[in-house]
Ligand binder design. Structure first.
Ligand code: 5RP
Length: 258
């Protein structure tokens, strides 16, 4: 278990930069992720782990790539369906082992009509994964209700995920984020969310989250929807692993995009 976690959260800094490309599991062929390998290949040297579904891993990735996998194992809904929270477990633990996953991820939807279902999904997954030493990363999802992202709600979600047995939690950054981290006994990472207006906004968010105690960022669209994704991932990496401030990070971005 600890060995798998240390593949993702790097012992040298205690931090992690995860690139998620699992969006298609409910959003379909998301902009700039239409051809996943084309998006991912240039970014491989700069990420600590890649979060994706088994379908894209099998069909689009190069099996020789040497990057730890966080396998998305929940789903069963779509952006055009009635309710994004109605998720089930979509991939078995045996499949995760076969695909050499270093961790699995699953969404919980606290405060929705599928709260109970998604929390029991988590508990079942944890029970099974613990037998094989596979860490479960819980994702505190809000579906379309992005306005839910405040520290009181996210503290509740993260703590519940940890109590059920998640080994790490991915949540959103919010004002008062220290409280979210304080109340969660396992490492917390932040999601990037939809693409922000400027690079500075995304770097500032990553910086504030790290300074408030997040162990890392799971940033997708703000990296691979950028016109210069390699420059952007380098800048985010400096924030995560080198404590670069947003000004220093934007300098790295500007230098790298030349
Ligand atoms: C969807 C996910 C994504 O992995 C997550 O949203 C991270 O990507 P982005 O930074 O683009 O938001 O878990 O539920």
């Amino acid at each position: 278990m600890k060995n798998r976690i240390s593949r993702i959260i790097k012992p040298s800094t205690g931090r992690s930069l995860v690139l998620p490309i699992d969006h298609g599991y409910f959003l379909g062929p998301t902009r700039r992720l239409e051809k996943p390998w084309k998006t991912v290949e240039p970014l491989l040297p700069y990420m600590d782990a890649l979060m994706l579904t088994r379908g894209v891993l099998r069909a689009s990735m190069d099996p020789k790539m040497n990057v730890p996998i966080i396998l998305r194992v929940s789903g069963g809904t779509s952006i055009v369906g009635p309710d994004l929270s109605n998720e089930s477990i979509t991939t078995s633990v045996i499949e995760a082992l076969r695909l050499n996953a270093s961790a699995v991820s699953l969404s919980i939807f606290v405060g929705t009509s599928h709260e109970h279902q998604t929390l029991t999904n988590l508990s079942l997954l944890v029970d099974e994964c613990e037998d094989y030493g596979i860490p479960v990363f819980a994702v505190t999802a809000v579906g379309k209700e992005l306005e839910k992202r405040d520290s009181r709600y996210l503290s509740l979600c993260c703590r519940i995920a940890a109590e059920i047995g998640a080994r790490a939690v991915k949540t959103y950054y919010c004002e008062g984020f220290e409280k979210v981290v304080e109340g969660c006994p396992v490492p917390v990472l932040i999601a990037g969310g939809p693409k922000m207006d400027t690079e500075m906004d995304a770097l500032q968010t990553a910086y504030e989250a790290i300074q408030a105690g997040a162990v890392g960022v799971v940033m997708g669209r703000n990296i691979w929807q950028n016109d210069y994704p390699v420059a952007m991932i380098k800048a985010v990496r400096a924030v995560v692993h080198e404590d670069a401030n947003p000004k220093e990070a934007i300098q790295i971005y500007n230098e790298s995009k030349k």
